[in-house]
Design a protein around this ligand. Structure first.
Ligand code: F6P
Length: 362
């Protein structure tokens, strides 16, 4: 049987296993054998580590969180910025990967990853290797696809957390600040906040002031609502424009000495009598099984990625252009990120409900 490789790279997210299952099944029915490389790109070289994925051994993983292949967003393939200003990996690594393709007689490699991993896949493609991309990130910030799988599951996690915080905040008449993921963009905060009935949402895309949050808390009190739920995206700037923990180097803003959630909580506590508490959702948002939406999207991405390999459409990435799955050049996909439009429908709807973005009083 001819062979296809697949790997999952970067931060994990719900739906990765659904992609692997879809790849294994689709390829099998097309007469192909699938090699699943372990720990992202790491499994491609020194030593080569893979396991064969079949319809049998991928049975039951549709609903499982994480990735059975393992993943990493560090390691030898972590891109450094090269002289061109673009993220680059060392040419020796590409040579070794190329040797692996020859040794295993791979006809194509499906790389499931976010912007960093897709940039690596793009370099493989530019070096003549037959790769296709599958976008994934809970942050939903890739510009060339309407949605990435994992996002919907992360939003559900936020909404569920807000439902729980709602009752305890109301019982104790507290302000609850919940910090959510979103390194560069506020998609999770925005959708999670709307779905969970937040009162204030702070995003990287909308500059905000403490006074406006205080005005909202006050306005709610006038209406007899003595508690307030504030959602803040980890990547939001402080009012003076600074970030609490800048530095994508480690990519993890939550585990630093108090993220922005704690800073906002401390400042609000200083300014009001009311008790203010903080919750950092962190990696809970990436764990657990995928929602039905993410299962379907991940499955469609997996089957379509196999089709791209069979059609030899290398250098392409699958993309969701509702209701269809299409393909776009990986190069376009890693070019820019998609940020929340402050005048877009979701923000407008939220504002119409009275949700405050910290940019206007009340
Ligand atoms: O890129 C996805 C993301 O979930 C970001 O929102 C977050 O900052 C980052 O991953 C956390 O990464 P790590 O798992 O390396 O801490």
């Amino acid at each position: 049987r001819p062979r296809i490789g697949v790997l999952t790279s970067g931060g994990d997210c719900p739906g990765l296993n659904a992609v692997l299952r879809a790849v294994a099944k689709t390829a099998y029915w097309q007469g192909y054998e699938v090699f699943g490389f372990e720990d992202g790109f790491e499994g491609l070289i020194d030593p080569i580590r893979y396991r064969k994925l079949t319809p049998q051994n991928t049975q039951g993983i549709l609903t499982m969180g994480g990735t059975i292949l393992g993943s990493t967003n560090r390691g030898r393939f972590a891109a450094r910025v090269g002289v061109s200003g673009r993220a680059e990996i060392a040419p020796e690594l590409i040579k070794k990967v190329s040797a692996t393709f020859d040794e295993l007689k791979l006809e194509g490699l499906i790389c499931v990853g976010g912007d960093g991993s897709l940039s690596t896949a793009l370099q493989f493609h530019e070096a003549g290797l037959p790769v296709v991309g599958v976008p994934k990130t809970i942050d939903n910030d890739l510009s060339s696809t309407a949605y990435t799988f994992g996002f919907n599951s992360a939003v559900l996690c936020c909404a569920d957390a807000l439902d729980r915080l709602h009752t305890t905040a109301a019982s104790h008449r507290r302000v609850l600040v919940m910090e959510v993921m979103g390194r560069h963009t506020g998609w999770i905060a925005l959708h999670g906040g709307i779905a969970g009935g937040a009162d204030v949402i702070l995003l990287p895309e909308i500059p905000w002031e403490y006074d406006n949050i205080l005005a909202k808390i006050d306005e709610r009190k006038q209406l007899g609502k003595e508690f307030t739920l504030v959602v803040v995206a980890e990547g939001a700037n402080l009012p003076d424009g600074s970030m609490v923990a800048s530095g994508e180097s480690s990519g993890n803003l939550q585990t630093r000495l108090g993220g922005i959630g704690h800073v906002v909580t401390d400042e609000l506590s200083r300014r009001i009598e009311q008790e203010v508490r903080c919750v950092v959702l962190g990696h809970l948002q990436r764990g657990g099984g995928p929602t039905t939406f993410d299962r379907v999207l991940a499955t469609m991405f997996g089957t379509h990625a196999v089709r791209l390999v069979l059609q030899k459409k290398f250098g392409q990435m699958v993309s969701f252009d509702p209701p269809d799955i299409v393909s776009v050049p990986i190069a376009d996909a890693v070019d820019s990120i998609r940020t929340v439009d402050p005048n877009g429908s979701a923000v407008m709807s939220a504002r119409a409900l009275g949700i405050n973005f910290g940019d206007t009083p009340g």
